[in-house]
Design a protein. Structure first.
Length: 296
């Protein structure tokens, strides 16, 4: 792949995307090379297509009525560091638009490495898995990820008091339960039909400040799953990774207030000092990043 992607900015681009994925090091390191040849490659190709149209400005993808425009050249008039600003900005935007798909692919790669899937050793001349390299766009990567994660299906899981615990009464007979073990994550993923049980979230159980929670109805049936990181709601998904119902959102709002949880998009405000005044105007108007309906 080095011969195909030898642009002087390629490594910077992939590195900035890796940072934007926001995956703990102990989870990221085993899949670093796989990230580079999958998401990193697609990320780079997406921006090459955009640069063929306009290297300075682009509209929000998919908005054909009144799109929001984003500056993507790194503000070279500000001097040194414009390459860093350029790819940090592009990584942030790409994750705003594709974070759900990107994290879904990461879940698949984490599971594949942990379970030693055979396709990992079927590589091309550059040493990269053919299953990944045949994917020419993010949609194809997501398709392969979905197939791979469906193959892991653990049934008849019996949990004890050390696996999950009640944390909050949401009202209307609903409760919030914290998932404390790998078995609890497996069972939640199976019952909710999403990827929290695939293995990609196991490391979060030991991550300080991280927590996985399940919204349960009066019969103990899960209605939604939340991922909390350092007091921010990173994910909030319903059955089959759909958007939670309005009723469930309203119930969880009480817990959000009680625990002081904030929106994931608000995390980026602490990094505002990296950008100039012109960039901040754009950044502060960005919509919050959300994971796609394939994961919680």
């Amino acid at each position: 792949m080095a011969n195909k992607y030898n642009h002087p900015e390629y490594r910077e681009a992939v590195f900035r995307l890796s940072c934007a994925l926001d995956i703990p090091d102990r989870v990221f390191v085993p899949i670093r090379e796989l990230i580079g040849c999958s998401l990193g490659r697609i990320f780079w190709l997406d921006w090459l297509k955009q640069d063929a149209v306009d290297t300075e400005w682009m509209p929000t993808p998919g908005d054909h009525v009144d799109p929001e425009w984003h500056r993507i050249d790194g503000w070279p008039e500000q001097g040194d560091g414009h390459i860093y600003r350029k790819w940090s900005r592009r990584a942030a935007l790409w994750m705003q638009w594709h974070s759900v798909d990107a994290w879904h692919v990461c879940d698949w790669l984490i599971t594949a490495v942990a379970d030693e899937h055979p396709w990992l050793v079927n590589v091309d001349d550059d040493g990269f898995p053919k299953k990944i390299m045949k994917c020419s766009n993010l949609e194809r990567l997501v398709h392969e990820a979905s197939k791979g994660l469906r193959q892991r299906n653990i049934r008849d899981i019996i949990l004890g008091p050390e696996d999950e615990t009640f944390v909050y009464d949401l009202g209307a007979g609903h409760t919030l339960v914290q998932l404390l073990s790998r078995a609890a994550l497996r069972r939640e993923g199976l019952r909710m039909r999403h990827c929290v049980g695939s293995g990609g979230y196991d490391a979060l159980l030991d991550e300080p400040g991280a927590g996985m929670y399940s919204v349960r109805d009066q019969n103990g049936k899960p209605k939604a799953t939340l991922e909390i990181r350092d007091g921010f709601v990173r994910q909030f998904r319903g059955p089959a990774n759909a958007e939670p119902s309005t009723a469930v959102k309203d119930l969880v709002a009480g817990a959000q207030v009680a625990f002081g949880w904030r929106k994931w998009s608000e995390r980026r405000k602490a990094d505002d000092q990296e950008y100039g005044d012109e960039a901040l105007v754009v950044l502060r108007d960005l919509p919050p990043g959300q994971r796609r309906p394939g994961c919680p």
